[in-house]
Design a protein around this ligand. Sequence first.
Ligand code: MSP
Length: 508
Amino acid sequence: MNKTYYITTPIYYINDVPHIGHAYTTIAADIMSRYKRLCGYDVFFLTGTDEHGQKVEKAAEQHGVSPKELADRMVHRFTDLWQALNISNTGFIRTTEERHKKVVRHMFEKAYENGDIYLGEYEDWYCVPCESYFTDLQLKDGLCPDCLRKPEKLKEESFFFRMSKYTDRLMRLLEEKKDFVMPEIRYNEVASFVKGGLRDLSVSRTSFSWGIPVPVQKKHIIYVWFDALTNYITGVGFLEDQDKFNRYWPCDAHLIGKDILRFHAVYWPSFLMSLGVEPPKHVFAHGWWTIEGQKMSKSLGNVVDPYEIVKAYGVDEFRFFLFREVPFGSDGDFSRHAIIHRINGDLANDFGNLTSRSVTMIGKFLQGKIERPEKKGGTDEYVEESVRKLVDDYQREMEVFAYHKALHNVFEIISILNKYIDSEAPWKLSKEGDVRIKTVLYNIWNSLRIVSMLLYPFMPQKSEVIRKALGMGTSFQEVLFDNEKQFYHPDDISRIDKIAPIFPRIEG
Ligand code: MSP
């Protein structure tokens, strides 16, 4: 396998309880990973946890344990959730691992040696919970623009990264690669930020000790973002396994939420340039979920626990909902009403019924075997042509993370098939002994086999169940998109006769 694809999620703060926001980015990365594997790529999919910083240090103090012990206890919350959500990551990185600390120190030292990092003094508004400094201009009515808490004026000796040196190179990168940051609205945001000129960035702290000490002056701790961003190169073997690193770097896509865009699209490429490593190919920033119209927050008590949703509605249903409901990139609102509506409408009525009816008809009218079609008529060709075109559209949309549009194409196919069944009425053809029934069911079978593949990245479990019910002996992990998207006459399939209800209706 020569084609490689490397995708990442942010590494999540270890002291957070995983919620819908964490699940969202990770499922999004899983969808692309599964899709790319179907397309024959050797995919490396990295996620992990961000374990240093003042918040972890404080939480550990409160619990009376060391920060590392706290992290060891908490990390399972994430790894367990990824299992429950069927996440197919191939790597997992914790910033407290030795392999990572080594790379961070190396990157810092290199930047220091080539004059990109210097010692200075820093003074500004500091928000402790967000671990960030803000300028007067950035504050919102005197409060932290992110969490709206009161920041404190803080002055400390600090190492600085010479961002100013990289402004021109970043501008060039943005001009040459209009899709470096996606979607376009985020690209524009980054471009105008860089155009405004970049202040040097403080990359060390002396106010806490839980982190990686600056190699040249140990009382300084390397700033959490300098540490955290570096995970993306550590995770694919930088300094440890150069072959692996060369195989996967530059990263194809960093998936992130819109709140951490600047770190990924401005600071991270600059750190890499300083290290002499190519920047990533794309940074994709998605929107934020509100909950029943409100901002999600611990104080409002409305934090959505992914386990609870999975238990109530099913894992595939949850995964599907997140990307069917809202364009990937935009903000969205999560509500129980909305998820039930999607399950009952799209999944139970439109797709589930179609699949059950079709499988039953193949069982009953064709004795469970797809038969070679006799002759095709106008509507048959229309179905085949439409599927072909919509599959191409789906692929084009998937390539640019337009999951919402890709799913729209899938549901176009489903709608065409529902109309086709109703107008061709196989039950009538069977009664009349009309051979056209073979053609009609052949078309439906092929279309459903393809639809289940298109849905596989979104709903891996249910899609496998459907594939099996359609008589296929292989799983999606063994097939290639380009072969499977063709209409063909199967000669090696098991008897098709029934399928248990796939998406039961939910009474809400
Ligand atoms: N540790 C940093 C990332 C370092 S990456 C080198 C971090 N961690 S986080 O745990 O706070 O957040 C991780 C992700 O969750 C971010 O991409 C953020 O956008 C996302 N979300 C947090 N709340 C969210 C919503 N309500 N909706 C959607 N995504 C949200 O930041």
